[in-house]
Design a protein around this ligand. Structure first.
Ligand code: ADP
Length: 277
């Protein structure tokens, strides 16, 4: 088990004039090899929740264990937690600062005290996982495309060889082809390495065809959970939470009365109908 959160709540600035309860009674279990999505309106508590996954935040009440470590335990090795859970923040490329992409990806393994040879092996491994070529590794992070920058930043986290990769809005600000590419790489990474992945997003369509299980957050709580199909089938409920199901889901329900959440599945269904007619 990677994450076991039991009734965790979190309040910012507790007792102060700006006190804000951001998480309320959240229980969530994420197992080794899971590929989950966490969706919700802005301010619903997604970022607050995932910062509990690597011990950056500790619950105000409740309990969370990360790879078996209770983060509230005074003796907890939080440094270990942070190498086991790689958290990729929003717009991670803003943290690229070295002269070359290679040096940027090498930053974390170097800091972990690995030898130069081991570090370079990690760099090559992480770069290949996100589809960055040798040529790109020698470039400055400022001369590559937005999508490549984002992949370089993700590779920098992967170079720690975490057990669990958490990506906060990995497609934010990218053009459609950049979005497709990054999700394709994340899906491939999960398939090839079996790494546990959680993607935080408010982009419904993107996530529907990527993850295997979804948690929907609303006002600091987990309001719904299930496979993307199960969740999007309840699109009226999602709309009440200020979320929109993929257009294709609504269309297919309207026209054919079926639950479908990706364009590919809709195409298959429609061709099947045409074939049978
Ligand atoms: P999301 O990631 O879904 O947009 P957040 O977890 O960032 O949501 O925020 C949840 C709630 O907590 C929001 O009401 C937000 O304004 C509040 N919040 C987030 N960070 C802080 C902070 N550092 N101090 C006070 N309130 C915060």
């Amino acid at each position: 088990m990677i994450i076991k959160a039991e009734n965790i709540s979190y309040t910012y600035s507790e007792g102060g004039p700006f006190e804000k309860e951001a998480l309320y009674n959240v229980s969530i279990t994420i197992n080794q090899g899971d590929f989950v999505g966490i969706i919700g309106h802005t301010g619903s508590g997604k970022s607050t929740l995932v910062q509990h996954f690597n011990g950056l935040l500790k619950p105000t009440s409740g309990k969370i264990t990360v790879c078996g470590i209770d983060t509230l335990d005074k003796k907890a090795n939080l440094k270990k937690v942070r190498t086991k859970v790689g958290l990729v923040f929003q717009y991670p490329e803003h943290q690229l600062f070295e002269e070359t992409v290679r040096q940027d990806i090498a930053f974390a393994p170097k800091n972990m005290g690995l030898s130069e040879r081991e570090t370079q092996e990690r760099v090559m491994w992480a770069a290949s996982l996100v589809g960055l070529t040798d040529e790109i590794l020698e470039k400055s992070p400022f001369e590559i495309s937005g999508g490549q920058k984002r992949r370089a930043a993700i590779a920098g986290v992967l170079a720690m060889q975490p057990d669990f990769l958490v990506l906060d809005e990995p497609t934010a600000g990218l053009d459609p082809s950049g979005r497709e590419e990054i999700l394709f790489q994340i899906k491939k990474l999960h398939k090839e390495t079996g790494i546990t992945v959680a993607i935080v997003s408010h982009g419904m369509e993107d996530i529907a065809k990527t993850v295997e299980y979804l948690y929907v957050m609303n006002k600091g709580e987990i309001a719904m959970q299930g496979t993307p199909l199960e969740v999007y089938a309840q699109y009226e409920l999602l709309e009440k939470m200020g979320l929109d199901a993929p257009q294709i889901t609504k269309l297919m329900k309207h026209v054919y009365g079926v639950n479908i959440c990706t364009v590919e599945d809709a195409k298959e269904y429609i061709l099947g109908v045409a074939h049978r007619a």
